[in-house]
Design a protein. Structure first.
Length: 165
């Protein structure tokens, strides 16, 4: 049963997706992977459909940092895709700039232009996935980038990745 606490403002919002960061999974850890896992609550809602994930260690600070950097690159025009590179399969987010124009105001085939977020979320990654798409504009991507920076100020990346030989 899901007991999502919605009394607080989510740290990250993209269209109908909300992410609340609750704490680090292993607060005293010093090893790179253990030290960077976050316990999160996730809710994605659109047109009455709601998918929730409560109290799961399914995002890493390093993933949020990479996504923030990709969102900044998208805003700067250096890329057309800003993807959350989540290791765990519970959440996938891709923000994509498609063609030219504004997805929120283009009446004819709006899904072909502008900035769109595709969110895939699952509370049970073995039996179900739910996919949502949201039109965005540059101010939404800028807000997400700022929210990711604020979350990383609160939960900074600890350590460096292990060297591969």
């Amino acid at each position: 049963m899901c007991h999502l606490r919605i009394e607080t403002t989510p740290e990250i919002r993209v269209g109908g997706l909300s992410v609340w960061i609750r704490r680090r999974q292993f607060p005293g850890a010093t090893e790179y992977y253990d030290a960077n896992w976050l316990i999160v609550d996730i809710a994605c809602e659109v047109s009455g459909a709601v998918v929730r994930l409560d109290n799961e260690p399914c995002l890493m600070t390093t993933e949020l940092a990479g996504w923030r950097d990709r969102c900044a690159d998208l805003l700067a025009g250096a890329t057309t895709i800003a993807e959350l590179p989540a290791m765990e399969p519970y959440l996938s987010v891709v923000i994509e700039r498609r063609g030219t124009g504004d997805a929120k105001t283009t009446a004819s085939r709006p899904w072909r232009v502008g900035i769109w977020a595709k969110v895939r979320v699952s509370s049970d990654n073995v039996t179900q996935f739910h996919e949502f798409q949201f039109p965005l504009d540059e101010s939404d991507v800028e807000r997400v980038t700022n929210e990711l920076s604020a979350a990383l100020d609160r939960y900074p990346v600890h350590g460096a990745p292990p060297r591969r030989e």
